[in-house]
Ligand binder design. Structure first.
Ligand code: GTR
Length: 328
């Protein structure tokens, strides 16, 4: 064999070995997260990445991109569906416009409290929501807690629907939330999470709505000091994976991914409870004025047209809504 032939053969052999290595080592996934360092979801997603690597002996890996660096939530949902990213932590609010079954959790006051939401997700209604998401290319792996969302603003405490009249309120991108604010007499302003701080500060909006941890982690409390405990929305969040990627995994790897996600969710829920208290303490110490709304019936009654429109537009979801309402 002459020298040149030997070089060609050696190069071909090296390329073959490299090729085999690439196919044995799966591509690193990309994970989307909107929250900042230290937030329960951020810590839990990093835990998921760590567990995945550990349990798969390094075969399955995911690099997490936090603080919304890969784009807004509606964009990221689209990216996950088409496979631009593989893993995401999504709130079911922005998922609702894409997955009708997932939108029922965005009906104001549909859950009695957070425990009721868990019972619903663990039951038949949860299965229907899961199947709905899967049909649209998103496979839910585990549920994260996002507590209850309440109104906050820079003008005055909210005690009755009359206090919302004329108020410009930021909502997530979902017609149900725009309908909710309009039904209270306010002006809804759908907007990406990242834009809310500046909009509150400059008066583009008067208020917004979120849970204690997000109100605190975003600094919104610095520019909207009245927080009113309306608890009008209790929306779960999902840690999810692109459906094609999921379908391409062996049953053993699916088990690993699922286990890592469930462990991550258990951690998230524990950290969530702690952070709710810590965030509330922090904002109150910073001068936030907070009021409870012991009787929410006027707010609930005002949501009648929101439910009517939803059921008119989605008659096939009537049973699902009733199943949730009838879950003890
Ligand atoms: C947070 C939620 C985010 C995002 C945000 C928002 O509570 O965790 O996923 O939905 O609210 O208001 O946009």
């Amino acid at each position: 064999m002459n020298y040149l032939k030997r070089i060609i053969l050696a190069t071909a052999a090296a390329a073959l070995v490299a090729g085999l290595c690439v196919s044995a080592q799966a591509k690193e996934w990309r994970g989307w997260n909107i929250h900042v360092a230290g937030y329960p979801n951020t810590v839990a997603m990093d835990k998921f990445a760590e567990l995945l690597k550990e349990k798969s002996g390094g075969r399955l890996t995911v690099k997490m991109y936090h603080s919304g660096t890969l784009g807004s939530q509606p964009d990221a949902i689209e990216q996950l569906r088409i496979g631009g990213i593989e893993i995401g932590n999504f709130n079911l609010g922005p998922l609702g416009p894409i997955v009708p079954e997932a939108n029922v959790v965005s009906l104001p006051f549909i859950f009695k409290d957070v425990d009721h939401m868990w019972r619903v997700l663990d039951g038949k209604a949860g299965d229907i929501i899961n199947e709905g998401m899967t049909k649209y290319g998103i496979v839910p792996l585990a549920w994260y807690d996002a507590g209850a969302r309440c109104f906050y603003n820079s003008k005055h405490p909210i005690n009755t629907p009359a206090d919302v009249v004329g108020m410009k309120v930021r909502v997530m991108n979902n017609d149900l939330y725009s309908g909710m604010i309009a039904a209270l007499g306010g002006n809804p302003s759908p907007m990406a999470f990242a834009e809310v701080y500046q909009s509150l500060k400059t008066g583009v909006v008067d208020g917004a709505e979120n849970n204690w941890p997000s109100y605190e982690s975003t600094g919104h409390y610095e520019v909207a000091k009245y927080y009113s405990l309306s608890q009008h929305l209790i929306i779960p969040e999902t840690l999810c994976i692109n459906a094609k990627v999921w379908a391409g995994l062996s049953p053993e790897d699916q088990k690993i991914v699922k286990e890592a996600a469930v462990e991550s969710a258990m951690l998230q829920r524990k950290l969530w409870k702690e952070r709710e208290v810590a965030s509330k303490d922090k904002v109150l110490a910073a001068g936030v004025e907070y009021n409870e709304i012991p009787d929410k019936s006027a707010f609930q009654a005002a949501m009648k047209p929101v439910y009517e429109k939803f059921l008119k537009d989605n008659p096939n979801l009537k049973t699902l809504v009733e199943t949730i309402q009838n879950t003890p």
